[in-house]
Design a binder for this molecule. Structure first.
Ligand code: S3P
Length: 743
């Protein structure tokens, strides 16, 4: 048996918090003995009877002489009673014993220690388990209270590492996740997130209880009242102590809340429906997603799991009719232009993926009322070109390069300052490509080292139009400059070296904003207006690509992909696959809201390697991971050149694919601006193996498709970001006939 983490655990105050730690450590065999200390004899007896402690005493003093190295005293009494416990310990604490506590306020505990010992003792590890319930007392103790809960430790400069580690390991043994924080920060955070809600809950119930009609009020009080006021059943002594001990931070939180409450009152009094919808939709979104936002993670459920691994079993074929999710590029732009328009914009087919939701959340943070998304339907209450408000903090854009680059343009001409941040992948992506032209227009923009995010945009700068020649084929850069042009004096124009997706130009026109187009040049004049309307977002050809390639490579396949956008600036994948010999038909071609749409039928056919025409590269820029899989299945060599942009996508897609293909036994030679892939032609092409998608959604989905022509299972790591563009991918792939699962 390994040595337990704690020798003797002395729990001073055997209530919910202390008793639950005792039970948890016993269950985990993490301590040798538990001694309880309670003021009342009856509590001691109950604690023994319930198996919470091995023995119990009414006096702490009597327990101390037998303690020594490796033992821990856990002080779990109300905050203001902690000093009294420290006084008992002062001249009697044997060397080597660790003292820790569970009080909700850390500043007052540290001050009490200073008063009692005249210094901050090295054996003291202040702590606070963020767990509990409105129940209290010894009978409420549970052995699973701390599992998957957080415990914040606030070690001091004086705290010895050995004592800190003992307490850290003790809480981990109880199933908790341990974090550390400075004392002051802890008290401010808790004032806002825990102490203020208790003030409000107690206050609300008290207000109603004083009402003469209270009996009726309580009789008819339904779920909302119960949910909201549950914590008003908490232990009054404990909460009185917390209010007194954390006075300043709680007062600051109350003041902030009071200001917000009077704003809400004002909106109700004046019948300001927009303001009410604004407050409520922002709050709902924040509440729905707050854990993920705090974790700086994401906006949809999928991303909660940080580690997602795909298991793609070999073989199979795809068939049936499928509708893949809405176009990512158009979804972003629908929120942006809808927000800046006058009047209401109704969007159908909106992509509820992480990236587009990041854009949506950013506009909510800037005061735009947005209803939904609800099954692809979003209703945006436009605020006009000059109606955005300063967001309360930095805008976090997750994994989404499109959000950051387009927003940079839109925000460069606003009156307020704003900072744009993103996740690890986005934080590595080049932003000078947008910052440079925007500075030329008069914007003030700061970046991180080497032009990486965060972008810090200073408001109040008057922009002027420029005639910008893009150094690379990039729709994001083009769109950024044109969107800044809405706020610039005079004419802004872009000239691109090769055609890139033109959704910005088309959608601006759809919103009634005049855009001149002449070959590679697009231009507009600042100072116009956008008019809200309806937008029908077709299915994303970039998502459809995975099923097009799947059907093309897997014998016996035939799929119909419905209502896919086939804008000529996006159809490179169709041209390239056809050149390789794929059997692709475009059926029912039509135009929807200014964008060409078709149903795409793909049947299996043998493919042959080709030299990919460079002109097709920008038209298929997001489709290469899947096209590389097609190339590996084609007979002969496929050569890609002129595609250096692939190296600065969500990952370095040339390297990431070359590495993965090599693991799966395919010969793939990366070059600075492309790749050469030796296709095998017939039969099973890929070995089984484990590949890393590097958190890049399109790499993950491409390798999943490869399994259709694999000899053995392909495990794909780091797939959580598939939710950025294709939240439902696994289910749809299964429906189509692929043998794909999430581990
Ligand atoms: C996008 C443009 C492309 C593309 C991205 C979306 C857009 O990027 O890769 O997924 O919506 O404008 P670049 O313009 O940087 O090539």
């Amino acid at each position: 048996m390994p040595e337990p983490i704690v020798g003797r655990l002395v729990v001073v105050g055997i209530g919910l918090i202390g008793g639950s730690l005792a039970l948890s450590l016993k269950a985990a065999a993490a301590c040798r003995e538990v001694i309880g200390v309670a003021r009342r004899r009856q509590t001691c007896e109950q604690a023994i009877e319930l198996g919470i402690v091995d023995r119990a005493e009414v006096s702490l003093e009597s327990v101390l002489p037998e303690l020594g190295e490796g033992d821990v005293i856990f002080v779990a009494v109300p905050t203001l009673a902690v000093q009294g416990v420290f006084e008992v310990l002062r001249d009697r604490l044997p060397a080597g014993v660790t003292v820790t506590d569970g009080a909700s306020v850390k500043g007052s505990v540290v001050e009490a220690a200073g008063r009692v010992w005249g210094r901050l003792p090295e054996f003291l590890v202040p702590g606070h388990p963020i767990a509990g319930s409105e129940q209290s007392g010894v009978t409420a103790a549970r052995d699973d209270l701390y599992i998957a809960h957080r415990v914040i430790l606030t070690p001091l400069a004086e705290t010895a590492a050995s004592h800190f580690q003992r307490v850290e390991r003790m809480w981990q043994a109880a199933g908790a996740e341990v974090l550390t924080m400075p004392v002051r920060e802890h008290d401010e955070v808790l004032a806002a997130t825990s102490h203020l809600p208790h003030v409000i809950a107690y206050g609300l119930v008290d207000t109603l209880a004083h009402d003469a009609e209270n009996e009726n009020i309580f009789r008819y009080a339904a779920g909302g009242f119960r949910d909201f006021t549950r914590i008003a059943s908490s232990d009054p002594t404990m909460w009185r102590d917390i209010m007194l001990a954390n006075r300043d931070a709680i007062l600051a939180a109350i003041d902030l809340y009071s200001a917000n409450l009077s704003e809400l009152r004002g909106a109700i009094a004046t019948g300001d429906s927009d303001r009410l919808m604004g407050i409520f939709t922002r709050a709902k979104a924040a509440r729905d997603h707050f854990t993920k936002m705090l974790a700086k993670k994401a906006y949809t459920e999928n991303m909660q799991e940080q580690e997602v691994t795909f298991i793609a079993r070999p073989g199979g074929a795809v068939s049936g009719s499928l509708r893949v999710p809405g176009d990512k590029s158009m979804s972003h732009r629908s929120i942006m232009l809808g927000s800046l328009a006058e009047g209401v914009t109704e969007v159908e087919g909106f992509l509820e993926g992480e990236d587009a939701l990041a854009t949506l959340q950013a506009f909510r943070d800037m005061g735009v009322v947005i209803e939904g998304p609800d099954n692809g339907r979003v209703v945006i209450h436009g605020v006009g070109l000059h109606g955005l408000q300063a967001p309360p903090g930095p805008l976090y854009l997750g994994n989404s390069g499109t959000s950051m680059r387009l927003l940079a343009g839109l925000l460069a001409g606003q009156s307020f300052d704003v900072t744009l941040t993103g996740d690890e992948s986005l934080s590595k992506r080049p932003m000078n490509r947008v910052a440079d032209p925007l500075r030329e227009m008069g914007a003030e923009i700061g970046t991180g080292p080497e032009g990486r995010p965060p972008l810090k945009i200073t408001g109040g700068r008057q922009l002027h139009g420029i005639d910008y020649r893009l150094p690379m084929a990039s729709a994001q850069v083009k769109s950024c400059v044109l969107l800044a042009g809405l706020y610039a004096e005079g004419e802004t124009s872009t000239t691109e070296p090769a055609p890139t997706r033109d959704h910005t130009e088309r959608m601006l026109t759809g919103f009634g904003y005049e855009v001149q187009r002449d070959g590679p040049r697009a231009s507009l004049r600042g100072g116009g207006r956008l008019r809200g309307g309806r937008i029908d977002v077709p299915a994303d050809i970039s998502s459809a690509t995975f099923f097009m390639v799947a059907a093309a490579i897997a014998p016996g396949s035939e799929v119909l992909l419905e209502h896919v956008g086939i804008n000529p600036t996006r159809d490179g994948v169709i041209n390239i696959l056809r050149a390789m010999g794929a059997d692709i038909e475009l059926l029912n071609r039509r135009e929807v809201g200014g964008e060409p749409v078709a149903d795409i039928r793909v049947r299996h056919a043998p493919l042959a390697g080709i030299r990919i025409p460079e002109a097709q590269v920008p038209l298929a820029i997001d489709e290469f991971p899947a096209l590389f899989v097609a190339a590996a299945c084609a007979a002969g060599k496929t050569v890609l050149t002129g595609a250096e942009e692939l190296r600065v996508k969500e990952s370095d897609r040339i390297q990431a694919m070359a590495d993965g293909l090599e693991i799966l036994g395919v010969r793939a030679e990366p070059t600075p601006d492309g790749i050469v892939i030796e296709g095998a032609g017939e039969g099973a092409v890929f070995d089984g193996g484990t590949v890393d998608s590097l958190g890049d959604h399109r790499i993950a989905m491409a390798f999943a498709v490869a399994s259709l022509r694999a000899r053995d299972t392909i495990r794909i790591q780091n797939c959580a970001n598939v939710a950025t563009s294709f939240p439902d991918f696994v289910r749809l792939a299964q429906r189509a006939g692929m043998n794909l699962a999430q581990e």
